[in-house]
Design a protein around this ligand. Sequence first.
Ligand SMILES: [Zn+2]
Length: 88
Amino acid sequence: MKVKNIVEGLVWESLERVLDTKPDACKCDKCQADIVASALNHLPPKYVVTEMGETIARAGGLDHRVRTAVLVALAEAVELVTSRPRHE
Ligand SMILES: [Zn+2]
């Protein structure tokens, strides 16, 4: 059994979609990780106890408001990281 923040999975899933709408954003691994970390710092975590395979089903049942909050937090995080990228 593991404890997992399902919001984190949702942020990673949504990242590509948000980056597609931001052509100026850097898409290197470091910036993507910075974007995810920044977004997660602005989102309330939602922890579940999981066994293998169970996580995706639970994430699918996430509240619509949580999904919207994830997209908003990601869009803001992209702006932040794009204005101050930490890559070499
Ligand atoms: Zn970068």
